[in-house]
Design a protein around this ligand. Sequence first.
Ligand code: FES
Ligand SMILES: [Fe+2]
Length: 450
Amino acid sequence: MDSDQMHPLAMSGKDPSMLRGDPIPKERYFSKEFMDLEWEHLWKKIWHIAGREQQLEEPGDFIVHDFMRESVIIAKQNDGSLKGFYNSCGHRAARLVWDNSSLDSFFCPYHGWKWGLDGVLEDCPDRDDYPQGDPVGKLTLKEVRVDTWAGLVWYTMDAEAPELEEYLEPTVELYKNHQFEKTVRVNWWRTALDGNWKFWSDNFNESYHTRTVHPQVPPIIDQDHFTSRYEMFPMGHNRIIQMGRPSLRDRLPDGDSHPFDDLLRTWDIDPDSYPDFETKALQGWLDLKKAKKSLWKEKGYLHYENLNDEELTESPFQVIFPNIAIAPGADSFLVWRWEPHPTDPEKCFFDQWTMAYPVEGMEEFVNRTAINTLELSEAELDLREYDDGRGISEYSDQVVAQDMQLIAGQTLGWRSQGYPEPYMAAQETRVRRFHEVLNDYINGEPPGRK
Ligand code: FES
Ligand SMILES: [Fe+2]
């Protein structure tokens, strides 16, 4: 695909000469000092995802998002708006709530101060015992800024951060044809892992590893770097658009059942009508677009209504700097989020949220790169310890479970005296870009600030 389809704000994500070429010192993967710099200059500045809007339906519903040693509450107000607060009592700092729930007010377990949903102190014992003045109606919990996009609830601790839409630029515009708010979270999975959080930023910023680590993917999503489009945006976000057809370099042995055949059949196309594999991959892919455009309504794929040719079949994958990835496909919206451990630079947490669109008559969902079906209904949080893979055995069919197997080895490798610096291919340019934007934050010069 040629570059004239690139977004006007995008730099080519295949061209390392667009970048400064900063060194990527390996200490950033295990140094406590670098972890402290990240807290100060990165995590306090960015927009975080707290959860999904569906978790905040009624006034009083709230999400607690713990991030390193910080914790925030995002609460639905009586007027339907959202407000966010630090989860620390204004009396003497006790943590107010520990988990997502629904309450009329926040009652501090220490001395019984009662904070309203709007963060204003509603009541406290012995109100007349304050020589400096009655705190009721006067003191408020300290706020964080809250906004929403894609059915997701976001917040930032930084009063100076750009507005969410500007921070995400041009993400909101890129996916305006999708209806993310209508999706159902069919899988809500969080795993604690041994390894620095940037493992995931690096891993998700290249597809060079896919053939080795995820051999099941190329037959269904073309992994060839020369047929894919790579974009790097000014705010630090990177994306790749891969074609939703088999890679011609990853032909399965003749006679093997092919997952692309099943996809064609779903859309009433006979996979045996093509003379050879190449024609099926290339012409079948075009026929698939046509079939989806003419049959979406009658087959109940109402969320296809505004999707264009590219969006109907291709596989976009975007890293939202620094710790979120999204895959906004035609049939699903996957969100991954990875977060540092509060104190140990060699531990992290990893979340996968699989969101699927409801299709009439469909009760199960299976992601195109996975095997196991998932019930098409809202899932509960499933917390896991990785434990050398034993803790996530039910998820072993998921692509990211294959990535998880690599963290332990790379974590040791980063500490080895034998490893000096990465030596990267052009198709790993987005990895380099990630580190340069990280350096900008650490140096107090994040993009998009005056
Ligand atoms: S710390 Fe909350 S009431 Fe005292
Ligand atoms: Fe991977």
